[in-house]
Ligand binder design. Structure first.
Ligand code: PMP
Length: 284
């Protein structure tokens, strides 16, 4: 395997950034993930635009155009011979003597990796449905920026894994679901209404979420962009999460309580199918 590190492709096992890198010292960086189908990137523009926005929000200037970044993403996929999988980019403010304030005249660090994923595993899981646990949302106040400050997300995901669950569903002080630890959360509520939290709230604006919203409209399904509580999630007919790395994953339990009839529901199953078909078709 190879990784792109600041302008060169290096053997993955030896690819390093400096200990004074601000990503390492302060989590002062942003990242993005695309899913890869047949060597091509899904939701290409959406993820590239969010990367630009994340960089702007943190005032990190990179001396590379989106087009040049695209070349690096594709080259990393090619050199790793990834047909189906993901490609990951992380951009930090760069390496500088440790000081909380931003350094001047420092070049950002850019690293890109890509790895294959066996899509059949996700298909098998989606067919029977996955488990979730709830977890308080202790993340910071700017969850709309895709920063690498992911410790609270990592703690939540680990808590889920230790309980044999696929995802942690995060909730705020009011008991309202914010999102998943690395996904956006959706329900089909007791009244059969499809709901997902609005993005005015402190959550990540999922690119997959946005793509699914378009498909939902095309399918003539009504969507209520309104927060739901943990209790509503537990009583819901369907619960599912979306992300570039999970597509649409039906969740059939939350904190050990069965969701609906304990099987992936019709809406999640339909949306997974249509999303995957579109993502494959439109990957570039
Ligand atoms: N929320 C969080 C906290 C995430 O980390 C992610 C994906 N990394 C998402 C939602 C889903 O976003 P996307 O559909 O753009 O992958």
């Amino acid at each position: 395997r190879v990784a792109y590190v600041n302008g060169t492709y290096q053997a993955h096992g030896n690819a390093v950034v400096h200990i004074e890198d601000r990503g390492f010292q302060f989590a002062d960086g942003v990242y993005e993930v695309w899913s890869v189908f047949d060597g091509k990137l899904a939701d290409y523009e959406g993820h590239m635009q969010r990367l630009g926005r994340s960089l702007t929000e943190l005032r990190i200037d990179i001396p590379m155009t989106a087009q040049a970044l695209g070349v690096v993403l594709r080259e990393t996929i090619r050199r790793n011979r990834v047909r189906n999988g993901i490609v990951y980019i992380q951009i930090t403010r760069g390496t500088a003597p440790r000081d909380h304030a931003f350094p001047k005249g420092v070049a950002p660090s850019v690293i890109v990796t890509s790895k294959p994923i066996d899509l059949s595993k996700g298909e098998a899981l989606a067919a029977k449905g996955a488990a979730a646990v709830s977890h308080p949302d202790t993340r910071w106040g700017r969850c709309d920026i895709k920063t690498v400050g992911l410790l609270p997300n990592a703690l939540a995901k680990q808590a889920a894994r230790e309980k044999g669950a696929y995802e942690a569903i995060l909730y705020d002080e009011m008991g309202m679901v914010t999102e998943g630890s690395s996904t956006n959360a959706w329900i089909v509520d007791e009244n059969g209404k499809l709901r997902t939290r609005d993005t005015q709230a402190n959550i990540l604006r999922g690119i997959t979420r946005a793509a699914i919203m378009k498909l939902v409209a095309e399918e003539g399904i009504e969507l209520d962009e309104r927060a739901f509580s943990l209790e509503e999630a537990k009583r819901a007919k369907e619960l599912f999460v979306t992300a570039a790395s999970s597509f649409v994953m039906p969740l059939v339990s939350l904190d050990g309580e069965k969701i609906g009839d304990g099987k992936p529901g019709p809406i999640a199953t339909l949306l997974r199918q249509v999303y995957l078909a579109q993502a494959r078709r439109e990957a570039i």
